[in-house]
Design a protein around this ligand. Structure first.
Ligand code: FMN
Length: 186
């Protein structure tokens, strides 16, 4: 198994070059979501895979400022779900957890296949909903920008984005979020 390899290779790259989206690729990603674990096997995730040229261009209207790099996406995966489709155990609401896991499975698979799959929160759910006819009772949880990584820096990127392209942004030290046998302490 090479899971760690995919985890390490995954990057939120922003310099993208187009590639042709084939149905086989979409099906492959969907299969990865399909077999993900979920509370009571509720499988609360729903996705719209947007790759038709006109629709993709329309999706640009819903992107927030700073995400212009995503205009080069070959596909945008719209991550959808709702609370009622998964476990709610007292105050523990699981749909976003399960949908996040299914989406990460797709992101890692896309990485393994040599593509970039970059999740973003910078978009208008309202505009996305309108463009894709998404019902009001579904949350538009995230978009995943899919493309092929380009070594040529996209000129719309900010200085920070260019720096992040070259080097993975700093992470917290493991000791700051991992505890052994008891919360807190050293
Ligand atoms: C929920 C979520 C929302 C994000 N939103 C954006 C975004 O709107 N625009 C963007 O350029 N990157 C976005 N990112 C990417 C992060 O900035 C990126 O993952 C982080 O800087 C770490 O870089 P790395 O993934 O290459 O290790 C988002 C990532 C996640 C998981």
């Amino acid at each position: 198994m090479d899971v760690k390899d995919a985890i390490q290779k995954r990057r939120a790259y922003r310099s993208l070059t187009p590639f042709k989206i084939k149905k086989k690729f979409v099906d492959d990603l969907a299969e990865c979501a399909q077999i993900t674990a979920s509370c009571f096997n509720n499988q609360p995730w729903q996705y719209v895979f947007v790759y038709e040229k006109n629709k993709l261009e329309k999706m640009h209207e819903g992107l927030s400022s700073g995400n212009e790099w995503a205009h080069k996406a070959s596909m945008i995966i719209v991550v959808l779900g709702k609370k009622d489709d998964d476990c709610v155990i007292y105050d523990r609401v699981y749909y976003r957890f399960d949908i996040g896991m299914a989406t990460e499975a797709m992101i890692l698979r896309a990485t393994e296949l040599g593509y970039v799959a970059h999740p973003i929160a910078g978009y208008s759910p309202k505009k996305t909903r309108k463009i894709l006819c998404i019902p009001d009772d579904l949350d538009v949880i995230a978009l995943v920008i899919v493309g092929k990584h380009s070594n040529k820096i996209n000129p719309v990127m900010s200085e920070k984005q260019i720096a992040d392209e070259a080097k993975r942004p700093e992470r917290k030290s493991i000791k700051d979020f991992v505890f052994h046998n008891k919360y807190g302490g050293k």
